[in-house]
Design a protein around this ligand. Structure first.
Ligand code: NZQ
Ligand code: ZN
Length: 384
């Protein structure tokens, strides 16, 4: 096991009616900006619940943070923060709203070129405090220090991580996910699943605790994910998926072990260029990546086949192939298609993605830094 720092300062307020408690965690004299997306937070009453919990505090709202939040939109919120002398940010929505609000928190107190800071990952010294009400279990953004922002003018989707970007608190009320369309429920399950895989399916590093946690999360998502598609209002199913998604990317399972974020990094290019949902990109790329990387991931693929899919018969290569096929079938069973052609992308998409990966210096990737341009192209070709 490698050396590690484990740090997670986010207070989780889990369960029903927890929005009522946010006032205890925001200064009484705070001037609060509530941020949200295209309207679900307003339509389903969550903004009103938050307003009620904030009592007499001065409150402003910023609506319209889109999926895969855009730099230009977020900079408008930064202007509002300055104009209204905001002192606390409250994000209500999915990963896009929470990520966007993390960006606002950093940008509002940054002196200098904000996109340069973000894209070159320059250090930040201060951020505005933020909390969130997570309405879509998926990204883990509610209790990590990462955010991903899209610059449409540049065709770039760029992640940034900093310990100051952890939300101070996250409300996780599983009932908030009842109003999600099936597509977003499925996206969330697939995203969380792939987060676990990318911290688990590398090479053995005697991370026994991390491995068992990871396998537990994978098995849970495989069991509970399909149930959430059958009946939308099942509290225990939604609670289990919500907590799984948080644990998948709150830092815990990734400590002390190798990680491989290639599926995510290549996937971000597909979203930036073709606007695929984040989880759709992962469902397409992960099976292909596992095929291309099957030799370097051999031992962990066998462990995954055995412990997650109960595949113990036959030769090693056939068990590995079966485990990759099971992974693809799981995504398909959740209703998330696993081929680029399923989304109507032209074959020229491969060249476009390769251009982006090279333009933004994103290669090599992988736990051994061995996913170079040749391997990335093979992964994309196999994704068709
Ligand atoms: O815009 P609104 O009205 O909020 O509607 C959203 C949006 O249309 C809707 N929605 C959210 N909660 C709802 C709801 N609709 C009905 N009822 C509810 N309770 O769902 C749609 C998708 O929302 P979005 O926030 O875009 O989805 P998700 O949570 O999957 O977030 C995706 C973004 O997170 C980034 C992705 O790259 C992408 O930009 N990620 C962030 C990570 C992180 N911070 O650690 C890690 C992830 O790997 C990921 O990269
Ligand atoms: Zn993700």
């Amino acid at each position: 096991m490698f050396n590690f720092d484990y740090y997670n300062p986010t207070r989780i307020l889990f369960g029903t009616e927890r929005i009522a408690d946010i006032g205890k965690h925001i200064p009484a004299d705070a001037r609060v900006l509530i941020t949200y997306g295209s309207g679900s937070a307003k339509k389903f009453g969550t903004v009103d619940e938050a307003r009620a919990a904030l009592g007499n505090r001065k409150i402003h709202e910023f609506a319209g943070i889109e999926a895969n939040p855009h730099f230009d939109t977020l900079m408008k919120a930064v202007d509002l923060v300055k104009e209204k002398k905001i002192t606390f940010l409250l994000a209500i929505g999915g990963g896009s709203v929470v990520d966007g609000t993390k960006f606002i928190a950093a940008a509002a107190l940054y002196h200098g070129d904000v996109w340069e800071m973000w894209s070159k990952k320059l250090p930040i010294k201060r951020v505005m405090p933020l909390g969130c009400v997570m309405t879509l279990p998926a990204t883990g953004s509610e209790s990590n220090g990462t955010a991903v922002v899209t610059h449409t003018g540049l065709g770039a989707k760029v992640g940034y991580s900093h310990p100051l970007l952890f939300p101070q608190f996250a409300v996780l009320d599983p009932r908030k996910s009842y109003t999600l369309p099936a597509r977003q429920v499925a996206n969330g399950v697939v995203d969380a699943f792939v987060h676990v895989i990318e911290q688990y399916l590398t090479y053995p590093a005697y991370g026994k605790v991390q491995d068992r946690f990871a396998e537990g999360l994978l098995l849970t998502l495989i069991e509970e994910g399909p149930k959430a598609l059958i009946k939308s209002e099942n509290y225990n199913v939604r609670a289990t998926i919500t907590w799984s998604a948080t644990l998948a990317l709150n830092g815990l399972i990734g400590v002390g072990v190798p990680q491989d974020w290639a599926t995510h990094r290549i996937g971000h290019q597909l979203t930036a260029l073709y606007n695929l949902d984040h989880a759709q990109t992962l469902a397409v790329l992960l099976p292909a990546l596992l095929h291309v990387q099957r030799d370097t991931k051999h031992l962990k693929l066998l462990q995954y086949a055995d412990r997650v899919w109960n595949l113990r018969e036959g030769g090693e290569e056939s068990r590995i192939t079966a485990a990759i096929d099971k992974t693809r079938d799981f995504f398909e069973s959740m209703g998330v298609k696993t081929r680029l052609s399923d989304y109507g992308l032209p074959e020229s998409a491969i060249d476009e993605v390769m251009d982006n990966l090279e333009r933004f210096n994103m290669l090599p990737q992988g736990e051994h830094q061995d996913i170079d341009a040749v391997a990335a192209r093979r992964i994309l070709s196999l994704s068709y």
